[in-house]
Design a protein around this ligand. Structure first.
Ligand code: CA
Length: 518
């Protein structure tokens, strides 16, 4: 009830503030004004948990600054954005703006058929702030273009590089008089000591040296033997090596990595339930003082130092730089994706495309970007030394900060440019220390941002890929669990992949990649 009350008060105050301050802002300095006469555009903007809301304080503030209001006409009473999009398309009645999740897939399918406007010329002529980012990062924007080469939506551009990191129990290392592992060989020795020397001190051999909340994260270990598990923030994805499309699960380093992982698994260094324990693994193994090493998100993982301080005396789980691989490479394979397949598009029936793209550009101006990221000044944040700083009430609320922001229309999937400063303010000190550690080295690698197929390539991919990936994952699990031997089966495995069409898929991906990025 307390939060509900606070929220209601904040909403009322923000709306009042926007209504009162709106005209003042405009008359004092109308540089953000898009139209002289107020203009209302209809919008379909769907997210899993919400749809666009005409009463969002952020919408009201944007309308006061630009003169453009959006009116929610989102179709579909469903949590599924794809389903909502399909219902809207099926209705044949497209609103002026279409946004939310899955834009890349959906809009790039219907854009070339004429449902949405290609945006390059509009942006170049009327949207200087979006255009500046396109000029600065052409490869990133190219990754969301359609198969015909056009850009059909203004994307949600993310900020901040770091996602997951390696974490190790510093208190266990200290207890066993061990140093942080510097190489894969050191890591093997440390995990073995975690297994055998009772670092949690209960007299039982109950430690789970390496554990993973998402089972796919165990596959990162292959990078210690110069293999690859994915090239993007999607698991099992392709990657790029010297301009060529590759897949990690057909690589030599992967074979060696899996062979060693099977050894580690057999020796009890990897969680025996790694494939089945599920998403509560981290919470359970840390709060019971059982887990020693993992690969997971900076902020939430470092947070256990605070939340378990009382429950597990001396608990210290700290980020460590990636251990050196067998060839001496330190690689952090995971990073945040620089652009999301989300954003908003202009439909063919929009009678104000120029005003609309100018309005979309507003969200990429300094003021618009701040509004999209932090909410309303004086409500969610205040300006301190030229920076937007969240108020104590916002930072101290029981309601997660992200939810507080989406409640008022900030951090929603319109086409905008995220500001990492919004997140850093509620990232704990242990995570910030870890991020600084990773930032002092050069461990991240370039991501594969995907390709837009033409019809022929799409057909090849659709025909073969699912069965190839299914086979890869079946074998992978059998090898790690020791029910089959990777070394003995490797040649047959490679033959089977090609029988299933693996080289054809690589060819299709390569031709799409060369067209898009070449
Ligand atoms: Ca023990």
């Amino acid at each position: 009830m307390k939060n509900r009350h606070l929220l209601t008060t904040a909403l009322t105050a923000a709306i009042t503030a926007a209504l009162v301050s709106g005209p003042t802002v405009v008359s004092a300095d109308g540089h953000l004004r898009v139209v002289d006469k107020p203009l209302t555009l209809n919008v379909h903007l769907h997210d899993k948990k919400f749809t666009y809301d005409n009463d969002w304080p952020v919408e009201k503030a944007a309308a006061a600054m630009t003169g453009v209001s959006l009116n929610n006409v989102t179709v579909g009473n469903t949590p599924d954005s794809n389903e909502a999009f399909n219902l809207m398309i099926a209705s044949g009645d497209l609103p002026d703006i279409v946004g939310g999740k899955h834009m890349k897939h959906n809009v790039n399918r219907y854009g070339p058929e004429g449902a949405f406007l290609p945006l390059d010329d509009l942006i170049k002529e009327h949207a200087p702030n979006i255009y500046a980012q396109m000029q600065a990062r052409p490869g990133v924007f190219n990754s969301v273009r359609a198969g015909d080469g056009n850009l059909y939506f203004v994307p949600y551009l993310t900020d901040g590089k770091y996602g997951r990191a390696y974490f190790i129990r510093e208190d266990w290392l200290a207890k066993l008089d061990l140093k942080q592992p510097d190489s894969v060989d050191d890591l093997y020795k440390v995990l073995t000591a975690f297994r055998n020397e009772d670092p949690n001190g209960n007299g039982k051999k109950d430690e789970i040296p390496a554990f993973f909340r998402n089972w796919e994260e165990v596959l990162r270990l292959v990078t210690f033997w110069d293999g690859r598990s994915s090239g993007s923030d999607t698991y099992h994805d392709f990657h790029i090596a010297d301009g060529k499309i590759k897949h990690g699960y057909a690589g030599e380093g992967y074979k060696v990595g899996i062979k060693n992982m099977a050894k580690w698994y057999k020796e009890g260094l990897i969680d025996p339930e790694v494939f089945t324990r599920g998403s509560s693994a981290r919470e359970f193994l840390l709060s019971n003082d059982l887990g020693g090493f993992t690969h997971d998100w900076f902020a939430s993982t470092a947070g256990y130092n605070t939340s378990l301080a009382d429950k597990v005396p001396g608990f210290s789980l700290q980020a460590m730089i990636p251990p050196k691989s067998i060839s001496g490479v330190r690689m952090e394979e995971h990073r945040r994706i620089p652009i999301k397949p989300e954003g908003w598009a202009i439909s063919y029936s929009n009678k104000h495309p120029v005003e609309t793209i100018k309005y979309m550009d507003f969200w990429w101006t300094e003021e618009g970007r701040r509004l999209a990221n932090f909410g309303v000044e004086g409500e969610q944040y205040t300006m301190v030394d030229g920076k937007a700083i969240f108020t104590d009430a916002v930072l101290g609320s029981d309601r997660p900060l992200n939810s507080q922001l989406t409640d008022i229309g900030a951090q929603v999937r319109r086409g905008f440019w995220q500001d990492y400063n919004y997140e850093i303010q509620w990232t704990n000190e242990h995570a910030l220390k870890g991020i600084a550690l990773y930032d002092s080295g050069d461990y991240l690698i370039d991501q594969f941002l995907g390709v837009a197929f033409n019809e022929k390539e799409q057909a090849v991919y659709d025909k073969h890929w699912v069965s190839i990936q299914t086979y890869m994952l079946e074998k992978q699990q059998a090898w790690v669990l020791g029910s089959a031997d990777v070394e003995a089966e490797w040649d047959d495995y490679m033959k089977e992949l090609n029988k299933l069409g693996f080289s054809k898929v690589l060819e299709a991906m390569q031709s799409a990649y060369d067209r898009q990025y070449g």
